[in-house]
Every structure is written in structure tokens, then in C-alpha cells.
Design a protein around this ligand. Sequence first.
Ligand code: ADP
Ligand code: MG
Length: 438
Amino acid sequence: MDFYQELWNKTKDILASNFSEETFNEMFVDVKKVVKEENGVIFVLTPSTYIKTKINNVYTKMIGETLSTLTNQKLKFKFVCEDEITSTTITKAPVKFNKNNLKGNYTFESLVVGESNRLGYITSMKVAEQPGIFVNPLYIFGGVGLGKTHMMQAIGNFILENDLNTRILYVQANDFIADYIKAIQNQNMQSFEDKYENLDVLLVDDIQMLSMGSKSQQEFFKLFNDMISRQKQIVITSDCPASKLNGIMDRLTSRFQMGVSVDIHQPDLSQRVNILKRKLAENSNKPLDESVLTFIAENFIDNVRELEGGLNRVLWYSEVYNTTPTLEVAKDALEVLIKAKKPKMNHNYEDALSVIANTYGINVVDLLGKSRSSKYVLPRHIAMYILKTSYNLTFSRIGNILNGRDHTTVMNGCNRIEEELKTNVQLKMAIETILKKV
Ligand code: ADP
Ligand code: MG
């Protein structure tokens, strides 16, 4: 223990020199004692839940970095209160409620926040800070691959970080059905109940799947009511708002609407680039040129999983061919994937330009021209957006088509439309109509 105590003392000394005296005194002065070490985790006693939570939320990263300057061993500090220590040492939480059920890397820290998910992020944080109290249930919905599962598990991981004994269960709705059917078939409800009874937090992923089992829905209804009446947190994700769920009993969907719903959208270009930067930092030390990241982000728009896939393919490709992942290499690496995604790419973009011009009652020369009159600006941005998203032209190529405009001008135009599309249904319809015509 002395070794670990010594490590904490040294870490503290370094922290003291990095913080103002006031902050240090408030946060760290009374954080003194190392109580135990287990599997590389050094447990440090904090004087209050407030201090513990604050350190875990705000200073973990910095403390981790400081620690890594002091030792080569893979060690981590964990800040706990007195009651947790006695209870974890005496009775260990059963394995099935252990962290194993959650992916350790699905945390709030690894989630890149932008306009697309800020509401969800802030709400989820609050839920994680006050499980069962802030809102119940929390209902997160959005398209495929936009980070719903990640966000939901971040809540779970956060709660566990603060209290190791929390009984958290993450389950996909179809596994809930499978568990229930198995219990009925084997005429053995015991293992089902062991798994689902007396939980503190229940995370149910892809609730739309529940439409496949009507008996299971009744069972879920019971579980749901039990959790809510005990003020235990439920988090649900779905591919649509609760009111739009098909094949799920009304008394369930109406209960889903009791709490708060948050929706996650597609990240815009800059957020996509940030996500790539984050993934890169997590997975490899290879630096990638900004132009490569932008290229990947431009081509994988509506699914973060695919966006990551694009990055991984570039890295893998450059490794196999033992080359530096330059923009050219990235283009080669992704060519097949991009082609597969963009069946419209072969069409002639000039068709699109004339349809856009026609739709807005102007001619193509003005559409591409320099006039900043408001009647040209919107169609011009739409043209940029369509050439980008449907014809897959690069920003600079589009800039050339538009009378030598700069690539950042085109990028801004595209971003504006992407932004606008989030709320402007009319614009969405207009663009769909244009695309149908070409
Ligand atoms: P969903 O459940 O909505 O289909 P996931 O949570 O499985 O999506 O996310 C797909 C992948 O994209 C995961 O690897 C996840 O970590 C990553 N991801 C999604 N959104 C973000 C984000 N904002 N920041 C970082 N990674 C993200
Ligand atoms: Mg998911």
C-alpha cells in the first residue's frame, strides 16, 4: 500500500503546483488516504460525495495524465467515499451487474458534442448525475449509427463510476424478448427474475424491437412500472419518437412519454471532423492531415459508424500498402465504398443545375454567377449542396464550377443548407423534388 500511497502523494504535489491554491484547497487538500488497490485501480478516499463526484467528473483526465508521468504501470485512481469502501470490500456486487455489461469506452468523455446531440448530451449528463430523480424515463431517439447506444451506455458508465454498487442492466429490447421466451419455454422464471428484478438502472436499447413480442410487452410493462414506482432510472433508445412506435401497446408508449424525449441528429461537417479526430486519438498515434479527415467527413454524412469505418479503412489501407495516408491514398482507399454509396454519381451535374435554376425561376448563368442578390443566394447554396451530396464533387471542384469560388465558400454554403435542413421542412421538400427531377 505504501507504494500506492506514495504515488497519490506525489500526484497531489503535482496537482498542487497546477491549480490555484483556492481550487486545490477546495478539491484536494482533504483527499488523503489510499484505501486499497485492486486490478490496477487505486482507491482514494474522499471526504464527501460532492468532492468525489466533482473529481471524477472534472479532474479524472488530468489526474490520469499526471499519474502516467510518475509510473509506467497501468494504474488508475478511483475516488470513493467511505461507505462504498466498506460495502465493496465486504460484499462484492454480483458479476452480472458488473461493468462488463457496458462497453467501457462508451463514455461522455469519448462522445463528441455538437449541435446534433447537445440536447441529448446535457440531458443524459443530468440523468447520470441524478438517476431516478431528474427525468424518468429518458427517451433518446434518432437514426442509425448516430450514437444512441453510446450515449445510453455513457449514462450507465458514469453512474457506475460514481457508485460501484449500482445495479445497472443494459439490454437490447430483442434480448429482453428472447430472455422472456426462454423463461416461458423452460418454465423457469427464476433466472429471468434474477436478471431483471431490483435493478437500480435499466437501459433498454432499440425499444422499437419490442413490437415483435406482445406477451413480452406486458412483462416489460410490469418491469417499467416497478422501476418507476421505486424511482429507479430507465433509459430507452429508439429509432423514432414514442408517439410513432408501431406495434407497441398504447399504455407503454404513453408511459414512454411521461419523461423527457431527446432526439439526436446527423452531425454537421465540423462535428464529423471532430469525431474523426477523437477516434484517431483513441486508436492510433498516426497523425492524419486535415485534408484527409475533411475528405472522409465529406463522404460519410449520415452514419457515424460508417464514418468511423471510413477512417479505419484509410488507416488499414495505408498500413497494408505501407504508405503515408495522404489525401490521394485516402481517395483510393475509399473509392469503392463511396461509389457504392452514391449511385447518382454518374449523372451529369449540369442537369441538376438547370433543374435548380428552373425551380427558382432564374437561369444557370446567374445561378453560377457573382450576383449576391437574395434571389440567387439560396438556389446557389442548394446547388453547392446537391453537387456535394449527390454528385460527390470536391469542394474545390464545385468552387470551380461556380465561377472560381473558394472551397471554403462552398463548404459554408453546404453547411448552411445542412443546418437549415434540420428544421426547414419546406426546403427539404424542395430539394427532394429537385433530386427526383434529375
Ligand atoms: P446508434 O446506437 O445510434 O446506432 P452507436 O451508439 O452504436 O449508434 O454509434 C455508432 C458508432 O459511432 C459508435 O462507435 C460510437 O462510438 C460512434 N459515435 C456516434 N456518435 C458519436 C459522437 N458524437 N462522438 C463520438 N463517437 C460517436
Ligand atoms: Mg444502437
